[in-house]
Design a protein around this ligand. Structure first.
Ligand code: ZN
Length: 296
């Protein structure tokens, strides 16, 4: 099943068209994306056999499919090649420095945005991080790795946009603040259930900046897999339906390039996970943006 949101209403996607969920289900399921997970299992059962008649809508104007999660988790240093570039170590040197547990932060909810929304820059130190995003479908408290996927509603594409100076400022890093400016969490374009993908643990993901490939990897290279992340987080924070997990980014971010590359007004950032879809985010100057910054 592929679900989206158009004009603030839930839609079911069938190829290149969509049908309004509330209309197609004759009112059985809601239009409001905030209520998507109230009857998630009934929706999955119904959609498996439903005849999707009703007005066919063009697949345009897709919005964030999960605009109001109760909790948003982010994972740092979760691909070996990204940890190597960030730490300046070779892949061989890396093995003894691998984290023993996932590194967790939050993106505050107001940073979430849609798949085509503009990203306003607060400074000249803003970077990209394409990520697979997991959306929970059932509560998960102290779940095992074996059971973890059964609690997932679906997957989508995310960008964990990051202001690197604030992220690393102070005596302890400020990951959650540096990654939570407005529109620093574009998501979408659709929510895809895991059964719709050949192997939800091995998906190609990547991003281009102005057409140039900056990141390209596979989720099979995650240090902590989706199941391991859910099991670990749920030992501390019970996960709720609709909660969102940004699972980490592979190598190729701007800050560790030589010389570094950061986002500028006028850029276009395209991010994809194969089998799910693409984000197309234009980059614009924010209110506090000036041409003077820490990089030149
Ligand atoms: Zn990230």
């Amino acid at each position: 099943m592929r679900l989206g949101v158009i004009a603030d209403r839930l839609v079911l996607i069938d190829g290149e068209t969509a049908v309004d969920l509330e209309q197609a289900s004759k009112g059985r399921f809601p239009a409001d994306p905030a209520q998507l997970f109230d009857r998630w299992e009934a929706l999955v059962d119904w959609a498996a056999t439903a005849e999707l008649d009703g007005e066919k809508l063009p697949l345009t104007g897709l919005q964030n499919p999960v605009p109001a999660p109760r909790q948003v988790f982010g994972i740092g240093a979760n691909y070996r090649d990204h940890l190597a570039e960030a730490s300046g170590r070779t892949m061989e040197e890396l093995e003894e420095f691998l984290p023993k547990d996932p590194l967790i932060f939050t993106k505050f909810r107001n940073s979430l945005a849609g798949p085509a929304d503009a990203i306003p820059l607060p400074s000249r130190d803003v970077d990209w991080e394409v990520e697979l995003v997991v959306v929970m479908g059932r509560p998960a408290e102290r779940v095992s790795e074996e059971d973890a996927w059964s609690h997932v509603a679906g997957l989508t594409v995310g960008q964990d946009i990051s202001e690197r100076v604030l992220q690393m400022a102070g005596p302890a890093p400020q990951f959650s603040m540096g990654k939570s400016f407005p529109a620093f969490g574009p998501m979408g374009p659709v929510l895809v259930t895991p059964d719709s993908l050949d192997d939800p643990d091995d998906l190609e993901l990547g991003c281009t900046l102005n057409g140039r490939v900056m990141q390209k990897s596979r989720t099979s290279d995650l240090i902590f897999s989706v199941a391991e992340l859910i099991a670990y987080i749920s030992t501390v924070c019970p996960l709720l339906p609709g909660d969102v997990i940004f699972t980490g980014t592979p190598a190729g971010v701007g800050a560790f390039r030589k010389p570094p590359v950061f986002l500028k007004p006028g850029d276009t950032l395209v991010s994809w996970v194969k089998g799910i879809g693409e984000l197309h985010n234009p980059v614009i100057a924010g209110h506090s943006y000036t041409d003077e910054g820490t990089n030149s």
